[in-house]
Design a binder for this molecule. Structure first.
Ligand SMILES: NC(=O)c1ccc[n+]([C@@H]2O[C@H](COP(=O)([O-])OP(=O)(O)OC[C@H]3O[C@@H](n4cnc5c(N)ncnc54)[C@H](O)[C@@H]3O)[C@@H](O)[C@H]2O)c1
Length: 539
């Protein structure tokens, strides 16, 4: 028998994997994930569209990647696509990660459930229940040998999903909820609790216990996150007695706008909210900033709970109380400092994160390693694989570090400035490339290469430490999309914002690993050299 840190449900389409999986997740307090939904969310295409554009083998490649990326999940219930066990590398990855359960439902039972489904390319040609049954029979014959490799084989017949879930729990000796999400409590005077754990979504601890909240909850998410996690959060809230008012926005930076904010105000004005209605921001930094500013401003402020689902949002944007939207004139120009009631970080949501979004968050993690967190730095020295292996601890340390800094310095004094390591030129690069080429973390990675060069050239950082730091950057190596920039333009962009507020650039440099320092005296030619260096280093 494999380990019980994750359960994978396999079986023919129509065997009830999703219904059973959701019930299991809710009873155990584990996170529910579905590889087909992950593939749809990551590609932005439905399964039939992927089959049309890339054929079955293209789909299978996405599936293998989706399964491989689940290596950061613990306490997860994963519903697998019907053909997921066909590839040996998938079977091996699943065996390494958890226990495999086969729901051995007959083609006769499954075909009746599928009769009205239009989302299944492998039975798309079948017009009647009999034809679907026939097609499923063929698929079962082809796949049976691989299904039989499961640790647990269940023949559920026509039992209800609830009964099947109970049988699985009994069979594996599982009872739930199996854990209480852990709160980061080591930060003195922390203004709000932050829960960081595997399996937080099905519990949402502070909400369910806070008697000051009214029973109408706002749930804001985006269209990529919605199919993955909205059901789960909504079920948790509904079971706790909340009436949930959901609203889904398009994904991406363009939603962080006054227009989308206006739509939220109009929509929620009709929903009968009051001053104690909590806003649940479920998604990445865009949802967090937008829903956060909505919460900060609607009825002059209603409670906010961040439920960040990207690595960037978990280690950075959900912590610190900054919320806001963009204007055409620039990013984050309208906003507020507004502390949430709580932050609920379910690390398992990273199991569905595309590689590029993972890289975005990694930029901030590397920053924490450089500006102060020894433990993170040591893991970074061991390479990217170790970062995934230790992601729970890394997120906890990152949160503690940011929380520690912003608690001391809520409104951007010197200490909070340390968080800008790599950001001065990173932001400038984002701006010069019009936010179209690089995402934030990629630009920060580039900016950190430049900041390390400046740290060395201004005699703050010794040659040895400089080399060590570059080695870490190399181990984390980002694959950046190709871009061309004029160094003069990047330098000018870095100076522009500061000129507007009659300030000088506060360069955050390092005098040692873990020891940032503010430097205001950096010559123009050295800045150009640093930009050239970053270009070569990341090229
Ligand atoms: N408030 C702050 O202190 C602060 C700090 C840093 C950045 N930010 C802001 O954060 C924003 C960037 O945040 P981001 O990088 O999270 O971008 P994002 O919110 O746009 O998310 C990136 C993409 O990942 C998708 N996604 C989210 N969670 C997912 C999941 N678990 N699985 C699969 N897909 C998922 C989203 O739908 C989106 O398409 C920027 O607007 C930036 O200004 C704010």
């Amino acid at each position: 028998m494999a380990n019980n840190s994750m359960l994978f449900l396999a079986g023919l389409m129509g065997s009830g994997k999703s219904s059973v999986g959701k019930i299991l997740a809710s009873r155990l307090g584990w996170t529910y994930l579905d590889t087909d939904l992950i593939i749809e969310s990551n590609t932005g295409n439905s399964i039939p569209e992927i089959f049309d554009k890339e054929g079955e083998s293209g789909f299978r490649t996405h599936e293998t990647e989706a399964i491989r990326n689940l290596d950061t999940v613990t306490r997860g219930i994963v519903s697998l696509g019907g053909g997921a066990l066909e590839r040996p590398e998938n079977r091996e990855a699943i065996r390494q990660m958890g226990t495999l359960v086969w729901l051995d439902v007959s083609p006769g039972v499954a075909s009746k459930r599928l009769a009205r489904s239009r989302n299944r390319p492998l039975i798309a040609e079948a017009d009647s229940v009999a034809e679907i049954e026939n097609r499923l029979g063929t698929l079962l014959n082809e796949r049976k040998a691989n299904y039989q490799t499961a640790d647990v084989v269940l023949n559920p017949g026509t039992k209800s999903p609830q009964a099947i879930a109970k049988t699985i729990m009994d069979e594996l000796g599982l009872s739930g909820p199996s854990h209480t999400p852990r709160e980061i409590s080591q930060v003195p005077d922390s203004p709000y609790p932050v829960f960081v754990d595997h399996g937080v979504l099905p519990q949402m601890p502070p909400l369910l216990e806070d008697s000051r909240l009214s029973s109408h909850a706002v749930l804001i998410t985006d269209t990529r996150v919605e199919p993955l996690y909205r059901d789960q959060v909504e079920t948790t809230l509904s079971e706790a007695g909340f009436t949930v008012h959901p609203r889904t926005i398009p994904p991406g930076e363009q939603s962080k706008s006054l227009a989308t904010l206006g739509e939220l105000y109009d929509f929620y004005a009709e929903q009968g909210l009051d001053r104690r209605s909590p806003v649940i921001a479920l998604g990445g930094g865009v949802v967090g900033d937008l829903a956060g500013f909505f919460a900060a401003s609607y009825l002059r402020g209603i409670p906010l709970v961040h439920v960040p689902t990207t690595l960037l949002a978990q280690v950075d944007s959900s912590i610190g109380g900054k919320v806001g939207v963009n204007l055409t004139a620039g990013k984050n120009l309208v906003g507020a400092f507004y502390n949430p009631l709580a932050v609920c970080i379910d690390v398992n949501t990273l199991g569905s994160l595309p590689e590029r979004e993972w890289q975005t968050g990694l930029g901030e993690v590397i920053k924490y390693g450089f500006i102060g967190n020894r433990e993170i730095y040591e893991i970074l020295q061991s390479g990217r694989g170790k970062v995934r292996e230790h992601i729970l601890e890394i997120i906890r340390w990152s949160v503690q570090q940011k929380l520690g800094i912003v608690t001391r310095d809520f409104r951007e004094g010197n200490v909070r400035r340390f968080l800008n390591f790599g950001h001065t030129l990173g932001h400038a690069l984002e701006k010069v490339t019009k936010y179209q080429v690089l995402n934030h973390g990629e630009a920060v990675y580039w900016g950190m290469a430049a900041a390390l060069y400046l740290s060395f050239k201004t005699d703050h950082l010794s040659k040895k430490k400089y080399r060590d730091a570059l080695e870490v950057m190399d181990k984390m190596r980002f694959s950046l999309p190709p871009f061309r920039v004029d160094p003069e333009e990047v330098k000018a962009a870095a100076a522009y914002d500061k000129k507007r507020i009659r300030d000088t650039i506060h360069w955050v440099l390092l005098e040692d690993i873990g020891k940032p320092v503010i430097e205001t005296d950096v010559g123009e030619s050295l800045i150009l050299e640093a930009i050239e260096f970053a270009r070569e280093f990341t090229g």
